[in-house]
Design a protein around this ligand. Structure first.
Ligand code: 13P
Length: 252
């Protein structure tokens, strides 16, 4: 089963629209290089920049939201729905990033509702999981992440599950420059695939699982060479177009 590698830049709360558009001037070059390498690429700007970035995105260049509400419309002040994302041509959304879990109290059960809402609108969820330093040091990473996967994927059919992208991001590796070793990342990601197999059988082989956490041009190749790692979710190194180009160049 061959899973196309996926490199997604999570811009978090960075870039005003003019900066986002300036990045996108390089997008055709990025897309051409990605196509030559046979990988899929994209970025996740803030809600504010989605429409403008999408308008500049070449064919196949993914533009993703960073969050979504599980409802279609209604009295949910400050929220954006899957229906609204679809209406402006957005087809991916990151769900359950550890920063949202920490600062916005998102739980895996809440993520499950968002995942179902995205799938119902035909959008692709990029579901994040990952453990804290304390959990890692206690040797409880696999058990912790398994629960996040079980709760996030609860009640999905095989057909739905294979449309979800998982991003394993150890919290202690995010923005710290302390990336997980490729052995640790592969071990946890292969355990995630094991849980997905328990639920969805061989369909688990079709589900893409990315690694995230201090991915840089100088370490991306090692991660992507691991058998179960299907790409990367990149924060800091995705912000400058030169650095994102380098990530694509070094990816495979
Ligand atoms: P960094 O690549 O800056 O460590 O961020 C990772 C991340 O959180 C991507 O979602």
């Amino acid at each position: 089963m061959s899973r196309k590698k996926f490199l997604l830049g999570n811009w978090k709360m960075n870039k005003v629209p003019s900066e986002a558009l300036s990045f996108m001037e390089k997008a055709p070059e990025m897309a051409a290089l990605a196509s030559k390498k046979g990988i899929e690429i994209g970025v996740a700007p803030t809600f504010l920049c989605l429409e403008a970035v999408k308008a500049k995105a070449p064919k196949g260049f993914v533009v993703s939201a960073q969050n979504v509400n599980e409802h279609s419309s209604g009295a949910y002040t400050g929220e954006v729905s899957p229906l609204m994302l679809r209406a402006i041509g957005i087809d991916h959304a990151i769900i359950g990033h550890s920063e949202r879990r920490e600062y916005n109290g998102e739980t895996s059960k809440a993520c499950n509702l968002k995942i179902k809402a995205l799938l119902a609108e035909g959008l692709t969820p990029v579901y994040c999981c990952g453990e804290s330093l304390a959990t890692y040091e206690a040797g409880e990473t696999v058990d912790f992440v398994k629960t996040q996967i079980e709760e996030g994927f609860a009640d999905l059919t095989k057909e739905e599950a294979k449309k979800v992208v998982v991003a394993y991001e150890p919290i202690w590796a995010i923005g710290t420059g302390k990336s997980a070793s490729k052995e640790d990342a592969e071990k946890t990601i292969s355990a995630i695939r094991g849980v997905l197999k328990e639920f969805f059988g061989e369909t688990a082989e079709e589900i893409r699982i990315l690694y995230g956490g201090s991915v840089k041009p100088n370490n991306i190749k090692a991660y992507l060479a691991c058998p179960d790692i299907d790409g990367a979710l990149v924060g800091g190194a995705s912000l400058a177009p030169e650095s994102f180009m380098e990530l694509i160049e070094e990816s495979v």
